[in-house]
Design a protein around this ligand. Structure first.
Ligand SMILES: NC(=O)C1=CN([C@@H]2O[C@H](COP(=O)(O)OP(=O)(O)OC[C@H]3O[C@@H](n4cnc5c(N)ncnc54)[C@H](O)[C@@H]3O)[C@@H](O)[C@H]2O)C=CC1
Ligand SMILES: O=C(CO)COP(=O)(O)O
Length: 330
């Protein structure tokens, strides 16, 4: 039996813990960042603030004690919002033993450094690491609906171990050694999901939506390839797959934020209404543009999205400017 510590009791950490508990065969701990949340989860047997409607299996141990959560764990599955990953890993770094595998299931890019999550982990520890990413709404995974994701690691044994330990009748994992491509696919699709929501909020049509998704995949693939990822990876689950899901699925928080922006609401007001739930694209858009500048990659959709998010550009003007760009070859 392997011991798995899920670090982060938001919607996705909770859904992954439920999925792993349903699979069976593991000793599972779910770490919540605050004692109040941990107590609430234990008392109610449900994650009411972040994943209501799903009973937490009794065999998931819940704690807010981070050192206790990772003690003798074979796999640490980090699912914190991206901007909190560094502090979480730094906290446990002195306690890690060399063979403990650290996985990231977060989808974001660190502010300022523009590092991917596995790069943040590698800047703190030498432990083997990997990334889990792909089209996976927490609610659907928690409900046991068939879901397929990618486990990418530069260490083949890590990817194979995770594939074996996480796979179940409702969760299928594909291995990949393109960590950069998989990780950027997951982080960058959020920028396009925001834009897709804007289009919906503006009441534009299916033509616009299809154009946005297609040009979106072109744009995020350009950046991922410039950063060292493989084009083929972006055509997979953590690219086209996640883009299709979050650009069209109403469960996407990033898309929901975009819809509200498209309707004319202001970002601070929208974020205030999310009660601590994260829409990673709001911060990753600037980081994506930072990376794009570093590698000399053009990202017109991300640029317009950034202007709408942070410079009060009207969504209608953003669309107008995208349509008025000089003609290009596809
Ligand atoms: N919700 C989903 O369907 C999916 C989410 N993800 C990714 O998983 C990551 C986490 O997202 P969700 O689970 O949806 O979060 P969420 O939006 O449901 O909840 C936010 C979480 O952040 C925690 N938090 C707040 N401050 C913190 C701190 N200082 N340190 C650690 N944790 C803190 C809160 O306790 C809460 O658990 C994100 O990167 C997201 O992109 C990936 C796939 C699916
Ligand atoms: O990444 C996700 C599904 O794969 C969840 O998307 P949101 O963070 O936009 O809800």
């Amino acid at each position: 039996m392997s011991r798995i510590a899920v670090l982060g009791a938001g919607a996705w950490g909770t859904a992954l813990a439920i999925s792993l508990a349903r699979r069976g065969g593991h000793d599972l701990t779910l770490w919540a960042h605050s004692a109040a949340l941990s107590e609430q989860l234990i008392e109610s047997g449900e994650n009411v603030p972040y994943l209501p409607g799903f009973t937490l299996p009794a065999d998931i141990q819940i704690t807010s004690d981070l050192p206790a959560a990772i003690f003798e764990a074979d796999i640490l599955l980090s699912v914190t919002p991206s901007q909190h990953l560094r502090e979480t890993i730094a906290h446990i770094a002195p306690l890690l033993t060399p063979n403990q595998i650290i996985l990231s299931a977060s989808k974001g890019i660190e502010d300022k450094s523009f590092l991917r999550m596995t790069q943040v982990i590698a800047s703190i520890t030498n432990n083997p690491c990997g990334v889990v990413s792909g089209p996976s709404f927490a609610q659907e995974t928690a409900a046991g609906l068939p879901t397929a994701v990618v486990i990418a690691s530069s260490v083949p044994q890590v990817a194979q171990t995770v594939q074996r330990e996480f796979s179940s009748p409702s969760l299928r994992l594909y291995t990949n050694d393109d960590v950069t491509g998989v990780e950027l696919g997951g982080a960058l699709k959020n920028v396009i999901a925001l834009s897709s929501g804007v289009i919906h909020g503006l009441g534009l049509g299916a033509n616009t939506s299809a154009a946005l998704i297609t040009r979106g995949i072109a744009e995020i693939t350009r950046l991922a390839v410039a950063c060292g990822g493989r084009r083929q990876t972006l055509a997979g689950l953590s690219g086209v797959g996640d883009l299709v899901l979050t650009c069209t699925g109403s469960l996407s928080r990033n898309r929901q934020v975009g819809v509200e922006l498209g309707k004319g609401r202001k970002l601070p007001e929208i974020l205030a209404g999310m009660n601590g739930k994260v829409a990673e694209g709001v911060r990753s858009t600037a980081a994506a543009l930072g990376l794009a500048a570093r590698y000399g990659v053009e990202m017109p959709i991300a640029e317009q999205m950034d202007a709408v998010l942070h410079r009060e550009k009207s969504p209608r003007d953003a669309i107008k400017d995208l349509m008025a760009r000089p003609g290009r070859e596809e």
